[in-house]
Write a protein that binds this ligand. Structure first.
Ligand code: C5P
Length: 406
């Protein structure tokens, strides 16, 4: 693996904000139940909430570092990093003060700064005494937040801390989790699906030192793996030679040669709903790999043998309820025609054909091309990020899986 690192955060990320209400202790259970559902949670408490539940508890329960201020981890610009990777922000409990700060658009601690820096859905779970919830200021703040697209749960009615009772109780964990699932389902189009992705180039040894390889960086395949994780899928990556990457949350199997890749794809395919064959498989390999380094004088020719076509052979094994995605790189102007031909020939449901006529796609973060579907539709991309294409592929897989699974 070579090149600059590509850091892939985990999919299904939740930021759990905790503000200073006694119900903070109940949020420990919310965190646990979120983890039971496969969510990956970073806790961001407000400084004063630590009076109720301390950092050590949150760190132990979440298995992640916990910060309250943007100044604690300034080199990492935590609020931007957290905001970028969050698929959902849940604030439980949300006090009257926190609701007021959010309504004002304030950014005076790590939690409020993260909220304002993010574009993901935000679920607010208020808990406070009835007078505070019914106070005109709170009522107006909640109305404003709802108008801006925040989901604000109504607190439950019942016994509160101290002697009073009424509206203001922290809702039952199940109500919160159901709401989280409802909000995340709208983005988690591959929830409960298993996706197998091949990425990078295969290398075919000539001798212990030399090999036949290609310029594939694996970026497109890894972008698909990342977007699939983000969409809720369980992801297995079979990686050939790629740029260095971190893909937390995925199962990664490393291979070198086309034959190793074929063996693993064949072993894994039947337990997955979808295969995305984005690896650049070497078309041929040396007939044999020399045991010792071939001397310079005799290194004059390499006899080649055709490699198996993994996509074509898997296309034949495919069950009706599985979805297979292929890739192609073409320089000709009849891109779509060539792509369609390949899609049919290799038995794929979707095929992304890269237009490599205008230069770099290999090793680049952007791509131009067309996403073709067996249903006859095509979608065109002009110099967009590989993640954009990956998101379209993930949506295409989800749509087709729904269709073929009834
Ligand atoms: O035939 P061509 O190499 O253009 O086809 C590209 C598609 O076929 C890609 O999805 C690639 O992963 C797959 N492929 C394969 N095995 C090969 C060659 C290509 O699975 N030996």
């Amino acid at each position: 693996m070579a090149g600059s690192p590509i850091i892939f955060p985990r999919g299904r990320e939740i930021v759990l904000g905790v503000s200073a209400g006694i119900a903070a202790y109940k949020s420990c259970d919310v965190l646990r139940r979120l983890q039971d559902h496969g969510f990956l949670v970073t806790v961001v408490p407000t400084e004063s909430s630590l009076n109720f539940v301390g950092k050590a508890t949150w760190q132990a329960l979440s298995g992640r570092n916990v910060h309250t201020s943007v100044w604690e981890n300034s080199a990492e610009v935590s609020h931007v990093a957290l905001a970028d990777r969050a698929d959902l922000i849940v604030i439980a409990p949300a006090t009257a003060d926190l609701i007021s700060r959010l309504a004002q658009g304030r950014a005076d601690d790590l939690l409020t700064t993260t909220v304002i820096a993010s574009g993901c859905p935000v679920l607010i779970v208020p808990a406070m005494h009835p007078q505070m919830w019914l106070n005109q200021a709170t009522v107006a703040n909640v109305e404003l937040l709802r108008k801006r697209g925040f989901t604000v749960l109504d607190p439950a009615v019942g016994r509160l801390t101290g002697k009073d009772s009424g509206i203001g109780r922290f809702p039952e964990t199940k109500i919160i989790i159901d709401k989280v699932l409802e909000l995340s389902n709208s983005v988690a189009v591959l929830m409960n699906r298993k996706v197998l992705v091949t990425a990078g180039g295969t290398i075919e040894p000539i001798d212990p030192v030399r090999y036949i390889g290609n310029r594939s960086s694996g970026r497109q395949g890894l972008a698909v793996a990342y977007e699939a994780l983000r969409a809720g899928a369980e992801v297995t990556v079979i990686a050939g030679q790629t740029d260095y990457f971190e893909l937390e949350g995925a199962r990664v199997l490393e291979v070198e040669t086309a034959e190793e890749m074929l063996e693993l794809v064949e072993a894994e395919f039947s337990s997955h709903d979808s295969l995305v064959m984005s690896a650049a498989v070497a078309d041929a390999r040396p007939v044999s790999s020399a045991e010792g380094k071939i001397k310079k004088e005799s290194f004059t020719k390499i006899e080649l043998l055709e490699n198996p076509d993994i996509l074509a052979s898997i296309g034949k094994l495919k069950r009706a309820n599985q979805v297979v995605v292929g890739f192609a790189a073409e320089t000709e102007s009849n891109l779509v025609e060539l792509g369609r031909d390949k899609l049919v020939r290799k038995g794929a449901d979707l095929l992304y054909v890269n237009n490599v006529a205008q230069g770099a796609v290999f090793g680049s973060d952007s791509t131009s091309g067309a996403l073709l579907s067996v249903d006859g539709s095509s979608e065109f991309f002009d110099n967009v990020s590989k993640h954009e294409v990956a998101r379209r592929i993930v949506n295409g897989i989800a749509k087709r899986l729904e269709l073929v699974n009834g």
